[in-house]
Design a protein around this ligand. Structure first.
Ligand SMILES: NC(=O)c1ccc[n+]([C@@H]2O[C@H](COP(=O)([O-])OP(=O)(O)OC[C@H]3O[C@@H](n4cnc5c(N)ncnc54)[C@H](O)[C@@H]3O)[C@@H](O)[C@H]2O)c1
Length: 246
């Protein structure tokens, strides 16, 4: 059991990468609190994962929902060992056509929400003198793609946020790392991945010859959440089949 008795908060835990992390973490002995907007998805996830999971519904951009998440976790389990920030949205619009709303929403969910939740999770971690924060960023936080500037910027900021946490709270026993996935088969990418011609082209950018599955990312999360990675902090780790190596 690689996460025995660890308490984890996982945002975006009702689907995709977050759900895959929740499943794997529970298999490895953790208790997980999953957070997301869609109550039905969260309930399904808890039903599937079982007794060691708890759902809290809410929006990562709302301070009161964040407080509810942290309070529920502390009241139920008494501590927070792991935070996986997986809630996020993808947006694609040419920059010169971008409305303020779209830009602001991407930054509010993908970056500002992570900041607001992390700010609440840090005090208990500082008291415990331990914690591992894993931010689900993207290869588009490391390199840019055309037509997705708001997303690129939000994930680039998240990578730097992750490093900032590492250097500020290493002394408190808290580690922080970002995972930068390439294209992963989830609801977020379903429409893109249904386009066979496009995928044939894109696959050429993946030396390993395939796109990723949520489990590929969850395995990396598990390693970073566990004590096996105790000397790794401040890293932005691609999980991308070699995309950024090409
Ligand atoms: N799928 C990919 O190819 C890919 C690649 C790189 C990075 N990522 C990142 O991985 C993370 C997870 O995405 P996924 O692929 O699992 O897709 P997904 O759509 O299945 O998961 C995203 C989750 O975030 C939740 N969410 C969105 N806005 C929210 C808000 N305001 N408050 C609370 N929850 C909110 C959604 O309900 C959903 O459960 C995202 O941050 C995404 O940017 C995905």
């Amino acid at each position: 059991m690689r996460l025995e008795n660890k308490i984890a908060i996982i945002t975006g835990g009702g689907s995709g990468i977050g759900l895959s992390c929740a499943r794997l973490f529970c298999q490895e002995g953790a208790k997980v609190v999953i957070f997301g907007r869609r109550q039905d998805r969260l309930e399904n996830a808890v039903r599937e994962i079982g007794d060691n999971s708890l759902a809290v519904s809410g929006d990562i951009t709302r301070q009161e929902d964040i407080k509810k998440l942290v309070e529920t976790t502390l009241n139920t389990y008494g501590r927070i060992d792991i935070l996986v920030n997986s809630a996020g949205i993808f947006t694609g619009t040419p920059l010169h056509e971008m409305k303020d709303d779209e830009w602001d929403t991407a930054l509010d969910i993908n970056m500002n929400g992570v900041f607001k939740l992390t700010r609440e999770v840090l005090p208990p971690m500082i008291r415990q003198k331990s914690g591992s924060i894993v931010n689900i960023s993207s290869i588009l936080g490391l390199v840019a793609a055309p037509g997705t500037s708001a997303y690129n910027v939000s994930k680039g900021a998240l990578n730097q946020f992750s490093r900032s946490l590492a250097v500020e709270y290493g002394v408190s026993g808290i580690r922080s790392n970002a995972i930068c996935p390439g294209l992963i088969a989830t609801e977020m990418t379903q429409e893109l991945m249904d386009d066979e011609d496009l995928m044939r082209e894109w696959r050429k950018n993946y030396p390993i010859g395939r796109f990723g599955q949520p489990e590929d990312v969850a395995q990396a999360c598990l390693f970073l959440a566990s004590d096996e990675s105790s000397f790794i902090t401040g890293a932005n780790i691609p999980v991308d089949g070699g995309y950024t190596a090409l």
